[in-house]
Ligand binder design. Structure first.
Ligand code: HEM
Length: 485
């Protein structure tokens, strides 16, 4: 037995050694020396790893902006700086002008890029497409997630699902762990809206696979047993297998005219062709549904959790939100569902949400790739280098937000922050496709929670960790106090 263990350990070490050497050779080969001496200031850190570990450490410590702040201070406050992350040379943009430049030059000087782990798990979909193809996919999916779908169909459905969820999971309880409760609710909602799946067992099974997938996308793409990426890859395979099964069932239903021609995202994707008459393959449909199911619940669940944390910390703001939401409730018949007009009345509540997303943007930023050599702020950015724009840092700059750490929803009154200083959903042609859907999900949830409960945080000042999205480490346990009728 012992010799078996020793030989297994030997094999593992040999495999690991070969893996590291291969990565190193690929890394050296890929990094052709850059001859220009007009690069932004900065450093590349360790061979291969670059500064990735510091970057990940700052996220796990709940201070994603610190990685950038430390470097800005070290290099004398430049507009951009260079680093090396995930095996790639990268330039970090963090000022409003920089965000404007990046968002405004999509498909001209830069194009969307994803770290290998995300690209390889998601497969060919909107998130991994560029240019014309991305534009077409966005156009196809928008009717299922944009204002048209929301105003006509989704708001009422969301309200009904949220009420049922609160009845089952919150009412009659003393304590609730917010994130653990909200996340399955929003996943169930996304499954209903996008693929009309409402079997609770099936949804729960898919939900647990999604949690493993999510850990995989935030990892280094090391495909050996025991790694997050390895587990994520297997979970992704299982999710796509189930989605393909649902796609085939739907195809049959459409053929037999058992499903209406526009029932949900799934039917819509099955029936949409581009200008050359090409339809998406089953795998492309599965990949895009995977993207929307994942993007469509986790970020919003995180936002609701952070919102409840902030309201627990600021009773005066909770009172103002309650007043606005009670005003809307009182204008409705008993049991009447919320509608699109009600959402438009939730102005103060939305300002509060915006301030939550400013202080802890669920997505800290995203990546691009330089399509050509170009100049920015007097520096040359070479073709092929990656670019990161950072909501986490832009939102924490005193220049953009006086008294920057203060929780102050009034910043969003009137015209709000200066353009490109507030970017929780990104900007330009690749701005978050589900921004409006997220707004409605969050506000519907908020309405149903504040009109029923107030709460105390059981862990004061609970630490927030980014893995990959901002989440309180213990999931935000709270004590509930139902309103006295
Ligand atoms: C508060 C919640 C949310 C936040 C903070 C958020 C944030 C973001 C950010 C920062 C991006 C990247 C933009 C870029 O690369 O420049 C993005 C992309 C995206 N989001 Fe969201 N998102 C949220 C909710 C949603 C929801 C509910 C959906 C559901 C449909 C969604 C779907 C997408 C999609 C499909 C993309 C990729 C767009 C593309 O590549 O063209 N998001 N989101």
């Amino acid at each position: 037995m012992a010799s078996f263990m020793v030989s297994m350990a030997g094999m593992f070490l040999a495999f690991f050694f070969v893996f590291i050497v291969t990565c190193f050779v690929v890394h050296i080969y890929r990094k052709k020396p850059v001859t220009t001496n007009n690069l932004p200031p900065g450093g590349f850190g360790w061979p291969l790893l670059g500064e990735t570990l510091e970057f990940i450490r700052a996220q796990r410590n709940g201070t994603p902006g610190k990685f950038i702040k430390d470097r800005i201070e070290r290099y004398g406050n430049p507009s951009v700086f260079k680093t090396s992350l995930f095996g790639h040379r990268m330039v970090v943009f963090y000022k409003p002008d920089g965000n404007k430049f990046v968002f405004g030059n999509e498909n001209k000087l830069v194009a969307l890029w994803l770290p290998e782990a995300i690209g390889s798990l998601c497969g060919k979909c909107l998130n991994t497409s560029r240019g014309h193809e991305a534009k077409w996919l966005r156009k196809v999916m928008l009717p299922c997630v944009g204002p048209e779908a929301l105003s006509n169909r989704y708001v009422g459905a969301m309200d009904v699902v949220t009420r049922l969820h609160i009845k089952k999971q919150w009412e009659g309880r003393n304590k609730v762990t917010v994130f653990d409760t909200v996340k399955p609710c929003l996943f169930e909602l996304a499954c209903r809206l996008f693929i009309s799946l409402d079997d609770p067992n099936h949804v729960a099974k898919l939900g647990s696979l999604f949690n493993t997938f999510l850990k995989g996308i935030g990892s280094l793409p090391i495909d050996i047993p025991g790694t997050r990426f390895y587990r994520g890859k297997r979970a992704t395979f299982a999710i796509k297998k189930q989605l393909i099964m649902l796609i085939n069932q739907r195809k049959l239903a459409l053929k037999q005219q058992n499903a209406s021609s526009f029932e949900d995202l799934l039917s819509h994707l099955l029936q949409s062709s581009d200008e050359n008459g090409r339809f998406l393959s089953e795998m492309e449909i599965a990949n895009n549904i995977l993207l929307l199911l994942f993007a469509g619940h986790d970020t919003s669940a995180v936002s609701i959790t952070l919102l409840m944390k902030s309201l627990g910390e600021h009773p005066d703001i909770y009172k103002n939100v309650l007043k606005e939401q009670m005003g809307i409730l009182e204008g409705k018949a008993p049991g009447e569902a919320l509608n699109w007009e009600d959402i438009q009345k939730m102005r103060y509540s939305w300002n509060v949400v915006c301030e939550v997303l400013r202080l802890n943007p669920p997505v800290i930023g995203a990546f691009r790739e330089a399509l050509v050599d170009f100049e920015y702020a007097g520096y040359t950015i070479p073709k092929g280098w990656k670019i990161m724009w950072s909501a986490a840092m832009t939102h924490k700059e005193e220049d953009n937000y006086p008294n920057v750490t203060k929780f102050d929803p009034s910043r969003f009154e009137g015209t709000g922050p200066t353009p490109f200083a507030y970017v929780p959903f990104g900007g330009g042609p690749r701005m978050c496709l589900g921004k409006e859907l997220a707004r409605v999900q969050i506000l519907v949830f908020l309405h149903n929670i504040v009109t029923k409960f107030s709460w105390d945080l059981l862990i004061p000042d609970e630490k927030i960790e980014y893995d990959p999205f901002a989440t309180p480490v213990k999931g935000l346990p709270i004590r509930l106090h139902p309103h006295k009728l």
